[in-house]
Design a protein around this ligand. Structure first.
Ligand SMILES: NC(=O)c1ccc[n+]([C@@H]2O[C@H](COP(=O)([O-])OP(=O)(O)OC[C@H]3O[C@@H](n4cnc5c(N)ncnc54)[C@H](O)[C@@H]3O)[C@@H](O)[C@H]2O)c1
Ligand SMILES: O=P(O)(O)OC[C@H](O)CO
Length: 387
């Protein structure tokens, strides 16, 4: 059986399975049976996944779920992406060279996208997430889990995705489980079906395991944890370290410098996570050093590329003008220079001694320091005990 035949079979099963799905949804609404029951009863062809965001990662997540036979509905605002996916089975704007399974469809209609959905996957840049989530929240059925894949810190509020989700999704009295996917996972390599390992964090391990089972495939390995704080902090901060690593490479500082920078960046990231209650085990795992290595050394990284071009002497506004995809580290670096000293109850200058990498990137992005001055500042820091 070819892959397309398998998709057609799944579509037929989807239609015949409609009654069971309605029954399960009804049960969930009336008896508050909870999402666990739905996951256990639903086979892939009968469950619906809604992916919010038709950029690179939303498209990649659609493919992973689609290849498992789920009915995937992408919620996007661009009508060209809707027609590209529905008519040509391709996202015309992001990763267009890769076809999507037939069970992946797209719409701009929020109500339709979220109607009778069994899982919501959020894949939008952090800075627009609050606004979009607040709008879609009333349409998410009660009890349905929301899986966030976004990595960063909101500039306006200094909040992570888990806080943004808590404030937008769970405030209407219908508590929905919140889960977080992170780890080394370039969208393009996922689309190429190259082996990828990620971690899903959720306060309830059982929910993380259920979502992990839905996503797991021979090319997509999913680990689980309850440490969503560690996963969230690492996912956001590794983007700043990647900008710094790219900058060092662009400046031609050599591998000694880059390896030293990345290692000390990981130490800073771990110390912030531990301060907030995250586990060092998480920080040495896929969402921590795993994703940091990928983003710092992987040529596909947008954050590393921004740093590389800065290191070559370009200005940030020039770089951003010529890039259509988001580099979350730019906004997160800006948020961190205000947020980190404030949570440590200290000044920027004092915090700089303990977190010189995380706190030096923003002034370079803003043009207050040159990359060379930033590096000199790092090298001039007083010797300390390695921690
Ligand atoms: N691309 C990857 O390899 C990758 C891997 C893991 C995690 N992530 C994370 O996923 C998140 C999304 O990244 P991406 O790579 O898909 O970004 P992207 O730049 O490829 O796409 C962003 C999408 O968001 C949409 N968008 C922007 N503003 C919007 C708004 N106000 N309302 C509705 N839609 C809006 C854009 O139209 C676009 O479709 C980021 O936090 C990123 O860190 C990305
Ligand atoms: O391309 P980047 O720098 O946004 O990194 C993408 C992902 O976070 C990699 O896991």
């Amino acid at each position: 059986m070819t892959f397309c035949e398998l998709c057609k079979l799944h579509q037929a099963q989807w239609k015949t399975g409609y009654r069971l799905r309605s029954y399960v949804n009804q049960r969930r609404d009336t008896k508050k049976a909870g999402h666990a029951v739905v996951f256990m009863l639903q086979t892939p062809s009968k469950a619906k996944i809604t992916v919010i965001g038709g950029g690179s990662f939303g498209t990649a997540m659609s493919k992973v779920f689609g290849m498992k036979g789920y009915q995937v509905c992408l919620l996007v605002r661009d009508p060209n992406i809707v027609s590209g996916i529905n008519n040509d089975r391709r996202n015309p704007k992001y990763l267009r060279e890769f076809a999507l399974p037939e069970c992946v469809t797209a719409t701009s209609n929020t109500e339709l996208a979220l109607e009778r959905t069994d899982l919501v996957v959020h894949a939008l840049p952090v800075q627009v997430s609050r606004e979009v989530l607040a709008k879609v929240s009333p349409f998410i059925p009660s009890g349905v889990p929301v899986l966030s894949t976004s990595k960063g810190l909101e500039v306006a509020s200094h909040k992570f995705m888990f806080e943004i989700l808590q404030e937008t999704i769970s405030t209407d009295g219908n508590r929905r489980p919140l889960a977080f996917l992170s780890g080394p996972s370039f969208a393009k390599e996922i689309m190429q079906e190259l082996p990828t390992a990620v971690v899903i964090a959720c306060e309830k391990l059982e929910t993380a395991k259920q979502i992990a089972n839905m996503l797991s495939s021979p090319t997509f390995k999913v680990f689980t944890t309850t440490d969503y704080i560690g996963v969230e902090v690492a996912g956001a901060l590794k983007n700043i370290i990647a900008i710094a690593a790219g900058m060092a490479e662009g400046m031609g500082l050599g591998m000694n410098a880059i390896a030293g920078l990345v290692t000390r960046g990981c130490s800073e990231m771990r110390r912030v996570a531990e301060y907030l209650g995250g586990s060092p085990v998480t920080l040495s795992g896929l969402s921590g050093v795993g994703d940091t290595f990928l983003t710092c050394f992987g040529p596909l990284s947008r954050n590393r590329t921004v740093g590389y071009r800065l290191g070559k002497g370009e200005r940030l506004d020039e770089i951003l003008k010529t890039s259509q995809e988001v580099a979350e580290g730019v906004a997160t670096a800006k948020a961190v220079v205000e947020w980190l000293p404030s949570i440590l109850n200290t000044t920027y200058t004092r915090a700089l001694v303990r977190f010189p990498i995380l706190l030096s990137v923003a002034p370079i992005l803003e043009g207050k320091l040159t990359p060379e001055e930033g590096m000199q500042q790092l090298m001039a820091m007083p010797p300390t005990v390695e921690d």
